[in-house]
Design a protein around this ligand. Structure first.
Ligand code: FSX
Ligand code: SF4
Ligand code: F3S
Length: 374
């Protein structure tokens, strides 16, 4: 048995375990029966072997996984997999530890899941990260060569993260940049949301397949929407209620954080729907801090925290032109709306969305006056 493998389900009764698997499957967009199937596979002792490597990072991804509450995502993941090598969690050290890696690679060649946490330095032949006498880039290539699936957890492993911030002194890159041409599931976030690892592991352990990915290798179930689309403060944005300074009246009232630099409109992630540690409100915007775009290369560690970015998904217009109103002409309302929507898309941001509602009201007023006069 591996160091962390569990013969019995330690925290849950079988019934509870099925319930938790089912809820977890639903949370990550899989059908409920997937959770039941998963629980069956675990009961049969069929768990994928996982080798977890650490390179340049803060270990926050492992931390956020372990700090979850009960019945927690962390325990569930550790119940679903056979964690055969993990540099932070293992009690072993030295040669014994290195042997565990080689043993796991040999016994499960072609089948194990490789999870990588941290960036890989390539500058000066990769000398800036050496573990067990081997350079990170060499270890990654060797372990990836025999892996059945590869997951890059966190922004560091996905695209370089913190270590790659300008001037990137070690030439840090993410896993896909090293393993060019190989399929790599990326789960960016600093740290990554544990639910997204759970969803990926659930699917792989149950069906032996990987979730549908976008062009950056991110599972669509977690990264297809921007934070702004599902933000609980969105109604304040749409109505022009903004916190202007930390601790001001608007901030205390829980208003929109866009004017404090929130990057939610440009950030693809699901933390507004699945908070960290399963604690309601445990995510940046939930505790009153603007989103810093921690999943997005080019935003976090690149754009200052309190600088505004354009709105990717502009606010929906408050009124639409009535069907057949124009008799072949473009009505005043639709012209105003269309022009302003284009303006908002082009980057005029929330100002445009406010102008939009004012313009819509003006256009509505003018249209009504015209109607009354005729
Ligand atoms: Fe990076 Fe994960 Fe940020 Fe830290 O290790 S994504 S620095 S929270 O933990 O890789
Ligand atoms: Fe939420 Fe930020 Fe969008 Fe405001 S700007 S609604 S705080 S995501
Ligand atoms: Fe990261 Fe923004 Fe969510 S900073 S944790 S993507 S709210």
């Amino acid at each position: 048995m591996s160091h962390l493998e569990v013969a019995e389900l330690p925290l849950f009764s079988r019934r509870d375990f099925v319930k938790v698997c089912t809820a977890a499957a639903a949370a990550v967009g899989m059908p409920a029966w997937a959770g039941e199937k998963m629980a069956e596979e675990v009961a049969k002792g069929r768990k994928p072997s996982v080798i977890w490597l650490h390179f340049q990072e803060c270990t926050g991804c492992t931390e956020s996984l372990l700090r979850a509450s009960a019945p927690d995502v962390g325990s569930l993941i550790l119940d679903l997999i056979s964690l055969d090598y993990h540099e932070t969690l293992f009690a072993a050290a030295g040669y014994q530890f290195e042997d565990a890696l080689h043993k796991a690679m040999t016994e499960n060649a072609g089948k194990y899941v490789l999870v990588v946490e941290g960036a890989i330095p390539l500058k000066d032949d990769g000398i800036f990260c050496i573990v067990g006498g081997q350079k990170a880039v060499d270890t990654l290539q060797a372990v990836a060569a025999k892996a059945g699936a590869i997951v890059a957890i966190g922004s560091c492993a996905s695209w370089g993260g913190v270590p790659s911030a300008t001037p990137n002194p070690t030439g840090a890159v993410g896993v896909p940049a090293v393993l060019k041409g190989k399929a790599v599931v990326t789960l960016p976030g600093c740290p990554a949301n544990p639910h997204n690892l759970l969803g990926t592991v659930l699917q792989f352990a149950t069906f032996g397949t990987l979730p549908k990915l976008d062009d950056k290798g991110r599972p669509v179930f977690a990264y297809q929407r921007v934070i702004h689309e599902d933000c609980p403060r969105r109604a304040h944005f749409d109505n022009g209620r903004f916190a202007k300074a930390f601790g001001d009246e608007g901030h205390r009232q829980g208003w929109c954080l866009y004017q404090l630099g929130c990057k939610g409109p440009q950030t693809h992630a699901n933390c507004s729907l699945l908070p960290f540690c399963e604690v309601p409100g445990a995510w940046p915007i939930g505790i009153g801090h603007p989103c810093i775009g921690c999943t997005e290369q080019g935003i976090v560690f690149n754009v200052p925290v309190h600088t505004n970015l354009p709105i990717e998904k502009p606010t929906a217009p408050m009124a639409y032109p009535t069907v057949g109103s124009g008799k072949g002409e473009v009505g005043a309302i639709s012209a105003g709306v269309a022009g302003l929507v284009v303006g908002a898309v082009a980057g005029a941001g929330y100002v445009a969305s406010r102008k939009l509602s004012v313009a819509v009201k003006k256009a509505e007023g003018a249209a009504k006056e015209k109607e009354d006069a005729s």
